[in-house]
Write a protein that binds this ligand. Structure first.
Ligand SMILES: O=C(O)CCC(=O)C(=O)O
Length: 300
C-alpha cells in the first residue's frame, strides 16, 4: 500500500460539533451575525440527498471509467481499486491520465450546474443581502484513503481566490462522511483574525492548542458555508479503501471585484471549450458569466 504517514492537517485538541443554522434560514440579520461570530454556517439536510447522490454517481462513473474503482463492488460505495490512488496537488507534477480524470469530472454538466442549485443561490442571497455571483471555477475534492500527506492543510480561501474578502465558500459532501472519512473542520471564529500569512498558516504555526475546531460527521444533503478568511482544513481519510468526495464553490455579491482566475477552470488543465466539448451547443450554462456585468480584476 502507498500510505503516507505524515498528515498536513493541524492536530485538533478541542473539537466541538458544528452549530446547526437551520433555525435562521432566510433570516438575513441572524445569518450575518452568526457567520460573523463563527465564520461559518452549517445546514444539515439542506439539499435533497438524492440530488447530491446523483452528482456523486456521475463523478464515480468517471472514476470507474478511469479504472480507479474496485470492479466487484457497487460503484456507489466509492471503493478504490486495491493499491490505486490519485493525488492532485498544486505544487507537484501530475500524470496526464490523472489530469484527464479530473478534467472529465469538470466536464460533467451536472457538476457545473450543481452550485447554481436554487436552494444554494437563495441561501447566499439571504446571507449577503444582494444579487450573487457563482464563480464558474467549481472544485471537486477527491481524497484517497491513507494519503495523509495530501489532506488539505489549514488555510483561508482568500489566499487562492482573491477578488473580494466577502466571498463565501459552499462546501458540500458528495455522499455521507463519517469520522473515518474525515471531512472538513473549521477553526471557529477564525474569520476574525484577518488575512493571515498563508505560509505560516499552512504549517500550523498561527494556530495554538486552544483553537476551537468545529467538525462532525456529515450526511449527503448537508451544506457548510464559510467566509474567505475562515481557517479550515481537511481531516485525514483513515478508511482502508473508501474515496472521499466533496465539492466547493465560491459565491460573492455580483457588484464586488472578482479575480480573473476565478473565471477559469480549476487547475487549468483544460480550457472551457475543451470541457464543454460534449455539451449541447446552445446550453445556457456555457460561459454564463460572460453576459454578466462583472467587476473583473487581474491577479493581485
Ligand atoms: O474537501 C477537502 O478536503 C478540502 C476542501 C477545502 O479546503 C476547501 O474547499 O477550501
Amino acid at each position: 500500500m502507498n500510505n503516507n504517514t505524515a498528515s498536513r492537517a493541524k492536530e485538533m485538541r478541542i473539537v466541538e460539533s458544528f452549530v446547526d443554522c437551520n433555525d435562521i434560514l432566510g433570516d438575513h440579520v441572524n445569518l450575518q451575525s452568526r457567520a460573523t461570530e463563527n465564520g461559518y454556517l452549517y445546514f444539515p439536510g439542506l439539499l435533497p440527498a438524492e440530488e447530491v447522490f446523483s452528482v456523486r454517481r456521475e463523478v464515480l462513473q468517471v472514476a470507474e471509467y478511469h479504472g480507479l474503482l474496485r470492479e466487484d463492488i457497487n460503484i456507489a460505495e466509492g471503493i478504490r481499486k486495491e493499491g490505486v490512488y490519485v493525488d492532485l496537488e498544486y505544487d507537484k507534477p501530475t500524470r496526464p491520465e490523472l489530469k484527464k480524470f479530473y478534467n472529465d469530472i469538470l466536464s460533467l454538466r451536472c457538476f457545473n450546474a450543481f452550485p447554481h442549485h436554487h436552494t444554494l443561490t437563495g441561501l447566499i442571497e439571504s446571507l449577503i443581502g444582494q444579487p450573487s455571483f457563482v464563480h464558474p471555477r467549481h472544485i471537486c475534492h477527491v481524497l484517497f484513503p491513507g494519503r495523509y500527506d495530501h489532506t488539505t492543510e489549514p488555510h483561508q480561501d482568500f489566499h487562492p481566490v482573491r477578488g473580494t474578502k466577502n466571498t463565501w465558500t459552499v462546501w458540500i459532501p458528495l455522499g455521507n462522511i463519517d469520522s473515518e472519512l474525515g471531512g472538513l473542520a473549521i477553526a471557529c471564529g477564525s474569520n476574525q483574525l484577518g488575512y493571515l500569512d498563508s505560509n505560516l498558516l499552512t504549517c500550523g504555526q498561527l494556530l495554538d492548542d486552544e483553537t476551537v475546531w468545529h467538525w462532525n460527521p456529515l450526511v449527503c444533503g448537508d451544506v457548510l458555508i464559510f467566509h474567505s478568511l475562515t481557517v479550515h482544513q481537511g481531516r485525514d481519510n483513515v478508511t482502508p479503501n473508501t474515496i472521499r468526495l466533496s465539492t466547493s464553490a465560491r459565491y460573492q455579491a455580483i457588484s464586488d471585484p472578482v479575480e480573473a482566475s476565478a473565471l477559469t477552470p480549476h487547475w487549468g488543465w483544460a480550457d472551457w471549450e475543451q470541457l464543454y466539448a460534449n455539451w449541447d451547443q446552445n446550453d445556457p450554462l456555457k460561459y454564463y458569466w460572460q453576459s454578466l456585468d462583472l467587476n473583473i480584476r487581474p491577479r493581485s
